[in-house]
Design a protein around this ligand. Structure first.
Ligand code: AHR
Ligand code: AHR
Length: 499
């Protein structure tokens, strides 16, 4: 292992934007075992009186999710929300076409609200823009948010939920540009339908915020024209444009995979360009921000079709150290792009492409679980524009990139700060100086690190704690400077407080 050196220059006056708490959201879909056997399993030894798995709830609570997007995903575009409310024994069993599974509808909108309460997260509901109508979308807002005295709100009361759910965040469809989507539309058709749906939904409840479907990924032939066209139709009725992206190391080119933050930043920059263009073209004073409401590593090829069975094992990807270091970079990018990125939801929160798995009554956490937990617990206040002076490392896909990927936060309200650093080098340890340029007196509070030598190593049912974030000795700050040695293949979190 060789050694090189770097400097991170921090200044509380050099900020990017406030960090939106909603960047630490999750996504739960009726897919595979995310809902059934993940969130909800009345027969489990861990089940509470609502049938929710308390071991999963505890794991999710520790991650401090602020919002959960539900019920899909591709599932959303064939879903009739009426199937999932009312007496459970009367709910229909249906063939679910997105994942070729059998849906029992034992968990639906009201159960989801109970789940959100249990983990103290705000619900973010999707409305079906595939087989669904603008009327059914508007009716769901009425069912959830009208206090009482309408057909739909009274039905909610009859179902046992007298108080309104007050759902603030609404996704107007899911990936409507994809041929795999039930009822996929052309950009202009979708823009018009989404505009009308959002218009009615807001007339029903003007306090809601709406998300327009952006391109499903940057490989779509219609990217980024789809986004421009749909936004031009629906701009004034939308608060956010969605981005979805799944990363992978298909070529087994780890140096490039570990430089994926380049790609994530580029994606945000392109979409921000589209937002600025449409805003200018429409001469609008209204702002639309980005909602990265599906993101995760997903490429290992687990099945996605359920052969018409209940809760099949779908996309139960197992994650390793390199995946966790990509997650760390993703979260860094969220902070670095916090001027335009206001919502993000990891896809998904349990079992399906998730860093938590259940097996019977057991629960397993992958290394990336700990990365998310640390950032969501410590990134507060303002994102700082850190000046990074680091040695560079060569990659096949992105040319040479800095060895360190960094973000930082500072909360003037209580003087707390945090620094998040990925050392993406496979071989080099980096001796890093942290320098506070603003003359503030800070003390280092705590430090944690997730590190390893084998990028493919992970946690298994047999060895569940092989890779976790460990507390490390925090370096001492002297005269506005501290030094820490960052091992290769590592993610480090340092927290500070104004002295
Ligand atoms: O999260 C899994 C799937 O990925 C979602 O259903 C869909 O929106 C995306 O293609
Ligand atoms: O940089 C923020 C973006 O700029 C907003 O999302 C967009 O509406 C504005 O023009």
């Amino acid at each position: 292992m060789s050694k090189s050196s770097a400097q991170l220059l921090l200044d509380a006056n050099r900020t990017i934007a406030p960090i939106s708490p909603l960047l630490f959201g999750g996504f739960a879909e009726h897919m595979g075992r995310c809902v059934y056997e993940g969130i909800y399993e009345p027969k489990s030894a861990h089940a509470d009186e609502q049938g929710l798995r308390t071991d999963v709830l505890d794991a999710l609570r520790a991650q401090k999710y602020t919002t959960i997007r539900y019920p899909g995903g591709n599932f959303l575009s064939g879903y009739n929300w009426l199937d999932g409310v009312g007496p459970k024994e009367q709910r229909p069993r249906r063939r679910e076409l997105a994942w070729q599974s059998l849906e029992t509808n034992q968990f639906g909108t009201n159960e989801f609200m109970g789940f959100c309460k249990a983990i103290d997260a705000a619900p973010m509901l999707g409305v079906n823009m595939g087989t669904g109508t603008i009327q059914s979308a508007c009716d769901l807002v009425d069912y959830c948010n009208t206090p009482s005295g309408t057909y739909w709100s009274d039905l909610r009361s009859q179902h046992g939920y007298a108080a309104p759910h007050n759902v603030k965040y609404w996704c107007v469809g899911n990936e409507m540009d994809g041929p795999w989507q039930m009822g996929a539309l052309a950009a202009h058709e979708y823009g018009v339908k989404a505009r009308e749906a959002a218009k009615l939904m807001r007339w029903m409840d003007p306090s809601i915020e709406t998300v327009l479907c952006g391109s499903s990924n940057d490989r779509m032939p219609t990217f980024p024209e789809w986004d421009r066209v749909a936004l031009e139709e629906a701009w004034e009725h939308m608060d956010y444009l969605s981005i979805h992206y799944y990363a992978g190391n298909r070529e087994n080119d780890t140096p490039s995979f570990l430089a994926n933050s380049v790609l994530f930043e580029h994606y945000v920059d392109t979409m921000e360009g589209v937002l600025r263009y449409v805003k200018a073209k429409r001469r609008s004073k209204h702002d639309v921000y980005l909602s990265w409401d599906e993101w995760q590593v997903w490429y290992k090829g687990d099945p996605v079709q359920g052969n018409w069975t209940e809760a099949p094992h779908l996309s139960e990807e197992m994650y390793n150290l390199e995946d966790a270091l990509v997650v760390g970079q993703w979260l860094n990018v969220f902070l670095r792009k916090s001027h335009v990125l206001k919502i993000a939801c990891v896809a998904q929160i349990v079992n399906v492409i998730s860093w938590i798995h259940t097996r019977g009554d057991e629960l397993l956490k992958h290394p990336s679980y700990y990365v998310f937990e640390l950032v969501s617990n410590h990134a507060r206040g303002q994102a700082l524009d850190v000046l990074v002076k680091a040695p560079r490392t060569e990659t096949a896909q992105f040319g040479d990139v800095p060895m360190l990927d960094v973000s930082a936060s500072y909360d003037p309200a209580d003087g707390s700060g945090a620094i998040f650093v990925v050392n993406r080098s496979l071989t080099e340890s980096v001796v890093t100086d942290l320098v506070w340029q603003d003359g503030r007196n800070v003390t280092m509070e705590k430090a944690w690190q997730l590190a390893g030598t084998d990028p493919k190593a992970g946690n298994t049912w047999e060895d569940p704690n092989a890779l976790t974030a460990q507390p490390i000795t925090a370096p001492v700050v002297k005269d506005g400077k501290a030094t820490i040695q960052l091992p290769p293949l590592s993610f480090t979190v340092l927290t500070t407080r104004d002295a």
